[in-house]
Design a protein around this ligand. Structure first.
Ligand SMILES: *Cc1c(COP(=O)(O)O)cnc(C)c1O
Length: 334
């Protein structure tokens, strides 16, 4: 057993999307993990239950975490740290080149600043190991000034503790409904995708899990999920039972790249907002929801299928993209 600090107030709702179900001719339900945890919520709240569990067991007083400039992980980590009376250091990696002023200052960045996080910058966007080393250096400095830092590492050299949060989510989901044919979920670091898949198989569910690529092409993300599962098996042995063919990745809405809005994401944002009064974020859930519409269109998700879309959150980032979205949708200023 791994120490767990409770961050979610309870199970998140599982809601049927009636209007979209009718429109898409499937039985669509949405797992509202956008409502999980503090500060506008998201999937990272579940992952952080295990990181904070470990941090508290080590009596840490400062949390260090790295992520993209508009990372939801860093924002929720700061919120949880603050509510526990801890300091928080966040490191922003420049993954999205030429981000707008809005991208660099609004959304999650604004919220982290409001919470008084210490902010560091890491110029490279594609160097997970390097980002971890930079955090380690910062932790060394903090230790020498008497602090007790806890580092939430990003790279594949560390155990995927956060994936355990999605093993929990799998049991929670099956308690709510055992009948799903297909789950659709974002696949970035892969902690969410791998944890959900392993948790479902560990609980006997054979449902298809489609991981939607938000950062890397399917040819890279498939093997990455396999590696996350191998590391997860050291923490949760049923992860060993996931077979290769179970790892399904879809990258049809990845273009033009991480943190960038393509036409399919734009359509998804508009569709879900206008049909259900629900919002998707431009970085993760819009790219993921595009899988639902695209795979229904190709028949890979058959008519009438019982589908669960896992809404992983990210809503604070909508405002970091407000200028681009207004421009792309052709909204007129007042
Ligand atoms: C981080 C994030 C994801 C991806 O989760 P991973 O566990 O990194 O794959 C999906 N959606 C949102 C909103 C996120 O912040």
């Amino acid at each position: 057993m791994f120490p767990k600090h409770k961050i979610l107030s309870g199970p998140t709702p599982l809601e049927r999307a009636d209007v979209l179900s009718k429109h898409l001719e499937i039985d669509l339900h949405i797992k509202r993990d956008d409502l999980a945890g503090p500060s506008f919520g998201g999937n990272k709240a579940r992952q952080l239950e295990y990181y904070f569990g470990e941090a508290l067991s080590q009596n840490a007083d400062t949390i260090l975490i790295t992520g993209a400039v508009q990372s939801n992980f860093t924002r929720i980590a700061v919120a949880v740290a603050r509510s526990l009376g801890m300091e928080a250091v966040v490191q922003f990696e420049e993954r999205v080149k030429n981000g707008s002023t809005c991208y660099k200052n609004s959304g999650n960045v604004l919220l982290s600043r409001l919470m008084g996080a210490e902010i560091e910058f890491f110029p490279k966007g594609e160097d997970e190991a390097g980002a971890d080393v930079a955090l380690d250096h910062k932790a060394t400095q903090l230790r020498s000034s008497g602090k007790r830092p806890y580092i939430i590492h990003l790279s594949e050299a560390y155990p995927p503790l956060g994936a355990l949060g999605y093993v929990d989510a799998a049991t929670e989901l099956l308690d709510q409904n055992k009948e799903f044919d297909v789950f659709v979920v974002a696949s970035g670091s892969g902690a969410t995708h791998a944890g959900l898949l392993a948790g479902l198989r560990g609980s006997g569910s054979k449902a298809v899990v489609i991981g939607c690529c938000v950062r890397r092409a399917a040819a890279l993300q498939g093997p990455r999920i396999n590696r996350v599962l191998e590391r997860l098996a050291n923490l949760y042995s049923p992860a060993n039972n996931v077979i290769r063919q179970d790892i399904r990745v879809w990258d049809g809405a990845l273009a033009p790249g991480y943190g960038r809005i393509g036409p399919k994401s734009l359509d998804a944002i508009k569709l879900v907002a206008s049909q259900e009064g629900l919002f998707l974020d431009p970085v993760y859930t819009a790219k993921s929801f595009a899988a639902v519409t695209s795979l229904v269109e190709t028949g890979d998700i058959p008519k009438g299928a019982k589908v669960c879309f896992v809404h992983t959150g990210g809503l604070a980032a909508l405002y970091a993209y407000q200028d681009q979205l207004a421009h792309m949708f052709g909204f007129q200023g007042l």
